[in-house]
Design a protein around this ligand. Sequence first.
Ligand code: IMP
Length: 190
Amino acid sequence: MKLVFATNNPNKLSEIKVLVPEGIEILSLHDIDCNEELPETTLTLEGNACQKAMYVFDNYGYNCFADDTGLEIDVLKGEPGVYSARYAGKECKAEDNINLVLKKLDGEANRIAKFRTVIALIIDGSETLFEGECKGEITLGKAGKEGFGYDPIFLPNGFDKTFAEMKQNEKGAISHRGKAVEKLVEFLHR
Ligand code: IMP
């Protein structure tokens, strides 16, 4: 079975490829010659994931799934949430987003946060959603070089190292995306 994963994020692609069993071939947007930016204009992770997946299905004709992920910080009332990618501004880098989060939490004792991923799968036009979350806390400073995004400041519950200090398979086994993909794979096997 061929399935497009509606992303060009190489980190997300490689995280997902190792989680999906043989028999399911994952294609990237690049693989299907889709070089445009996908619309992502709703105010929820669910809405954005569906919007991206449906766009690929409608315009390129492939069965497809898309994910949208947000970092939700308790004392910031769920921010950055759906705005996680551009929290520090339109053209910002991951480093800028991290610095803004650390600044907003400066002196704050409650650092509880979670990552939440929603995957929207479109098969022959019909849509199914899968969700995964990973609870943890925001560290006082950055640690680690693996992963991407907010990984250097996210300490998952029960671990003494950040996502950025974990190998990809270690992160995948406990991460928000790993859990959502597990549900997706289970569904595809039914
Ligand atoms: P999106 O799902 O690509 O829209 O991601 C939104 C934002 O969350 C981006 O800034 C990503 O870098 C960040 N993000 C998504 N997944 C992860 C993750 O697994 N770890 C750390 N940051 C992530």
